[in-house]
Design a protein around this ligand. Structure first.
Ligand code: GTP
Ligand code: MG
Length: 196
C-alpha cells in the first residue's frame, strides 16, 4: 500500500459522525504526547497530515485518513493527560472507548508509548483490552532518538519481557519519527493487517 497517498477524511467528535463502518481501519492509540500524530506523518511522509503539538492533548477528535478506498488509518485522542478540564476529559475518553468497543471495521491497533516512560497504567489497560479483544496489536516505543542505542535496546528487551510475562506474546518495536527509525517495521505490520 502506498501510505504517501494518504489523505485526510474527517475529524469526528464521536463514532456517530464517522463514515460507514465498512472496510478496514487501523488505529493509533496512546497517551497524550506519545507521538501518535507524528508517527502518522512519518509513515505517510506528509508533515502536515496529522496535527502535532508540544502541548499534550492536541488530538481531541477521532481523525481519519484514507490510504485507499476502504482502508483507513485513525489518529485517536490521547489518554492520560491530566491538565484538561474534567468535562472535556470525560467526553473524549468516552468517544475513545466507544470507538474501540463498537467500531466493527477496526482490525488492528498500534499502541504508542514514549520509550522513556512505557507501560503506565492506562497503557496496560489499553494493551489488556486489545489482547483480550483478540485485536492484532503492535506496541511502538516512540522517541527512540532520545536514548543512546544501548539504552534503547535494553528498554526494548525489558518492555518485551514485561509484556510477555503479563499478557503473552505481543509485538514490540522501537520507533522514531524524528530519526525515521522503525518505519519499515510499522509499514510491514500495517500491510499485513490491511491485507486481512
Ligand atoms: P496528542 O495528540 O496530544 O495525543 O499527542 P500525540 O501522541 O499525537 O503526539 P505528537 O505527535 O503531537 O507529538 C508530541 C510531541 O512529541 C511533539 O512535540 C513532537 O515533536 C514530539 N515527538 C514526536 N515524535 C517524536 C520523535 O520520534 N522524537 C522526538 N525527539 N520527538 C518526537
Ligand atoms: Mg495527536
Amino acid at each position: 500500500f502506498n501510505y504517501q497517498k494518504a489523505h485526510f477524511i474527517i475529524s469526528a467528535p464521536d463514532i456517530r459522525h464517522l463514515p460507514p463502518d465498512t472496510g478496514i481501519e487501523i488505529a493509533f492509540a496512546g497517551r497524550s504526547n506519545a507521538g501518535k500524530s507524528s508517527a502518522l506523518n512519518a509513515l505517510t511522509q506528509q508533515n502536515g497530515l496529522a496535527r502535532t503539538s508540544k502541548t499534550p492533548g492536541r488530538t481531541q477528535l477521532i481523525n481519519l485518513f484514507q490510504i485507499e478506498e476502504g482502508l483507513r488509518l485513525v489518529d485517536l485522542p490521547g489518554y492520560g493527560y491530566a491538565q484538561v478540564p474534567e468535562e472535556m476529559k470525560r467526553k473524549w475518553q468516552r468517544s475513545l472507548g466507544e470507538y474501540l468497543q463498537k467500531r466493527e471495521c477496526l482490525k488492528g491497533v498500534v499502541i504508542l508509548m514514549d520509550i522513556r516512560h512505557p507501560l503506565k497504567d492506562l497503557d496496560m489497560q489499553m494493551i489488556d483490552w486489545a489482547v483480550g479483544s483478540e485485536l492484532p496489536t503492535l506496541v511502538l516505543l516512540t522517541k527512540a532518538d532520545k536514548l543512546a542505542s544501548g539504552a534503547r535496546k535494553k528498554q526494548l528487551m525489558s518492555v518485551r519481557e514485561e509484556l510477555a510475562n503479563k499478557v503473552g506474546d505481543i509485538r514490540v518495536e522501537y520507533f522514531s519519527s524524528l530519526k525515521k527509525i522503525g518505519i519499515d517495521k510499522l509499514r510491514n505490520t500495517l500491510n499485513e493487517w490491511f491485507s486481512g
